[in-house]
Design a protein around this ligand. Structure first.
Ligand code: B16
Ligand code: MG
Length: 217
């Protein structure tokens, strides 16, 4: 039987790093006198670091030089790294480990498809890096989701056809990317927001292993 490629997004799917991204962006926004709320933060999910800064600057109607932008991007990442420094396996989202282990037991491929340039150190910190057959992150791609590049590369790395790939995503852009790639999209989160996903689960504790089994067969 053809092996399937199960591709996981990182932030919002495996771990909740959105709260740390928020803290780091909020600090920059405050320095610039921009009001930046948790609602605004929703718009940054799955979005690259550079694009996130542009969204925040637009909120405050601020035009910045490339040098200023570079400075804020560096500062944001330094703050973010300090927030995630002490992350450990207790921050893996509920149900994730069971699903990863089940996919491994069934000898299917597990891949990461994340916009984050910090994906590898985070997987190391939460001690699941060894479970991944392929990792594609923000360092490897030029086009951000909803461009499907990140997922196409992940499937290629494990030699799976697009139609044999399943993508778990918490962002609208990520679901769109999976759909454009002709992969099976599985939304993790609010089904009203992720209504373009083929399947949806509030979180992995709602996903029965029979669902994974059906995707394999
Ligand atoms: P970094 P994902 C994304 O991760 C986050 O959702 C998004 O908020 C963040 O800006 C982006 O990674 C870039 O992260 O600054 O670490 O490179 O959801 O694609 O796993
Ligand atoms: Mg995400």
């Amino acid at each position: 039987m053809t092996k399937k490629a199960f591709i996981f997004d990182l932030d919002g799917v495996i771990v909740d790093t959105a709260k740390y991204h928020f803290l780091a962006w909020q600090k920059i926004a405050a320095e610039l006198g921009i009001e930046f709320t948790p609602e605004h933060n929703e718009e940054l999910k799955g979005v690259s670091r550079v694009r996130s800064l542009d969204i925040i600057l637009a909120l405050g109607n601020i035009k910045a030089t490339p040098e200023d932008k570079e400075k804020w991007l560096t500062q944001k990442n330094a703050d973010y790294l300090s927030y995630i420094e002490n992350m450990d396996e207790s921050e893996i989202l509920p149900g994730v480990i069971n699903v990863l282990q089940f996919i491994k037991e069934k000898q299917q491929f597990i891949a990461l498809g994340s916009a984050s340039k910090n994906a590898r150190p985070i997987l190391e910190k939460v001690k699941i890096l060894h479970l991944f057959d392929a990792i594609v992150d923000g360092n490897d791609v030029t086009n951000a989701k909803p461009d499907p590049e990140v997922f196409l590369r992940a499937a290629q790395l494990v030699n799976a056809k697009n139609e044999d790939a399943i993508v778990f995503e918490d962002s609208v852009a990520g679901i769109q990317a999976a759909n454009i790639a002709n992969m099976i999209s599985v939304g993790i989160g609010d089904d009203k927001i992720l209504h373009e996903a083929k399947y949806n689960f509030k979180d992995f504790t709602f996903m029965d292993t029979s669902f994974i089994e059906a995707l394999i067969n």
